[in-house]
Design a protein around this ligand. Structure first.
Ligand code: FAD
Length: 457
């Protein structure tokens, strides 16, 4: 059956607002980067779970391949389209339905943007403990589908830990209402976990119930410089131990990343090998500040710190976080590849040295920037090959992924697999695990219409 017949079938259900074709697609992309142009010829935009269910049911009947679009900030090309795909976008599923202060929960539709949910929680004296650089564009549905990580994982865990309940629409249109709002519920399988991190391959997330926390009353932030990676590890342990459980972010930038993002006016001299952006959230401003300063002084006395700046204002804090989130400065350098690996902290320094050596011998003119959520054992490497070396991208992947095999590291700490990393999945998952994933996929989506080709073929 043709896509035209599917459009004719769904237009009366979704209305003109819910079906975009032709010229209406001119300004649309399949991802945040300009190169990710949209190739699909139609975008369906359901505005309710019922409409989403009817849309999927029709697509399934027509055997039509579907690609799900949230905020399009994913970094593994999971939302890329081909000309024979249709897109289902969650952009009209954008309502925050309820915030319960007593239960500390938020119920919302999947297309709500992360930043809108953060702001809404804050207005009620609560906090949604998920934060990442793409907060202004990414959606909660996309965050759940990718099990997003971000800056606060060390304290609050990944997106999975903030989800109490989900509503999901399966490929055949069946609505699975798993909208639990309790912390404890062991009544059989906890099905939400099947869909969290499944990258839209098992169902489309339509609504969520999120767990909120009390808004913190103090926020202490510092930028630290170190001369040795052993000091980075020592500092992480020290802060975890001595800050009374308030350590919330521990982000590390290697020297050349810091030099690039800090530009001409670095808050600390740009000569040190490692920079740490650390943050503690607490509830007793005076006590928290005094302890924060004391613990940093102790680290200095122990010789673990080469230099430090403790933030005194919100503007200073924003500036430091802008440095850490300044990945677009790398993208401006030319075609690049973003990696997102996980490995034991004790292996991290040696791993980075090895990757850089491998890259140097395979692609001598390439650049490699390293930073990441080191407190979570999660590193990002962004490799920028020289123009002449562009065709050797595969060599870059080998340099980054092959050393992980022996370390039992992960080829994806938080971004997922998408279309980009599936060739390397066997480094981090056993054959039996991959077979079981395939079994789940064929059970829930027998025709393979939903985000097919993502994670594995
Ligand atoms: P999209 O990009 O639209 O989709 C991502 C995948 O999920 C696709 O496969 C899509 O088909 C699927 N999908 C989307 N919505 C749904 C749904 N409702 N149901 C089922 N499947 C769906 N990620 C981190 O984890 N940590 C970070 O610190 C981080 N920082 C970032 C910083 C920047 C500047 C950028 C650009 C990205 C960053 N990311 C980070 C990656 C990205 O923001 C996350 O992966 C985010 O969770 C994607 O959400 P989205 O709504 O943009 O999803």
């Amino acid at each position: 059956m043709s896509i035209d017949a599917l459009i004719a079938d769904l237009t009366p259900i979704l209305g003109p607002e819910g079906v975009l074709t032709g010229e209406q697609l001119a300004s649309r992309q399949s991802g945040v980067w300009a190169s990710q142009e949209i190739k699909a010829s139609v975008i369906f935009r359901p505005s309710s779970t019922k409409e989403l269910s009817q849309t999927l049911k029709s697509c399934n009947l027509f055997g039509q391949q579907v690609v799900v679009h949230g905020g399009l900030t994913g970094l593994v090309s999971g939302a890329l389209t081909r000309s024979d795909d249709v897109v289902i976008s969650t952009e009209r599923l954008n309502q925050i339905e309820k915030i319960s202060v007593d239960d500390r929960t938020m119920r919302l539709q999947a297309g709500v943007r992360l930043e809108s949910a953060q702001v809404a929680a804050k207005k009620r004296g609560l906090m949604l403990p998920l934060d990442l650089g793409a907060r202004g564009s990414c959606t909660l549905g996309g965050n759940a589908a990718t099990n997003a990580g971000g800056h606060q994982v060390i304290r609050y865990g990944m997106m999975r830990e903030s989800i109490l309940g989900l509503e999901v629409v399966l490929a055949d249109g069946t609505i699975i209402d798993s909208m639990n709002s309790m912390l404890k519920n062991n009544a059989g399988y906890d099905l939400k976990h099947l869909f969290i991190g499944s990258e839209g391959t098992l169902g489309i997330i339509s609504r969520l119930i999120l767990r909120l926390r009390p808004e913190s009353l103090s926020q202490e932030t510092a930028l630290l410089a170190c001369t040795d990676f052993s000091h980075v590890i020592a500092l992480l342990n020290r802060f975890d131990r001595s800050l009374g459980g308030t350590l919330t972010a521990f982000e590390v930038m290697w020297k050349n990343f810091y030099q690039l993002v800090a530009n001409s006016t670095p808050p600390l001299a740009d000569k040190f090998p490692f920079y740490i952006l650390m943050e503690a959230l607490g509830n007793d401003p005076e006590v928290d500040r005094e302890r924060f300063i004391r613990v940093i002084s102790q680290a200095e006395e122990a010789g673990e710190l080469a230099d430090a700046v403790i933030v005194k204002s919100g503007a200073e804090r924003d500036r430091l976080w802008q440095l850490r989130d300044g990945v677009d400065k790398i993208v401006d350098l030319g075609p690049s590849k973003v990696f997102d690996v996980s490995l034991p902290l004790s292996e991290m320094d040696q791993y980075v040295i090895e990757v850089k050596q491998r890259l140097k011998s395979a692609l001598p003119k390439s650049l490699c920037f390293v930073f990441g959520h080191v407190g979570d054992g999660n590193l990002h490497l962004v490799c920028v090959p020289n123009q002449e070396e562009l065709k050797a991208f595969r060599e870059v992947e080998k340099a980054v992924y092959n050393p992980l095999a022996n370390l039992r590291g992960s080829i994806s700490g938080e971004h997922g697999i998408g279309l980009e990393k599936k060739d390397w999945l066997s480094i981090s998952r056993t054959n039996d695990e991959i077979q079981l994933m395939r079994l789940l996929k064929t059970s829930l989506d027998p025709q393979g219409i939903l985000n097919s080709g993502r994670i594995f073929d």
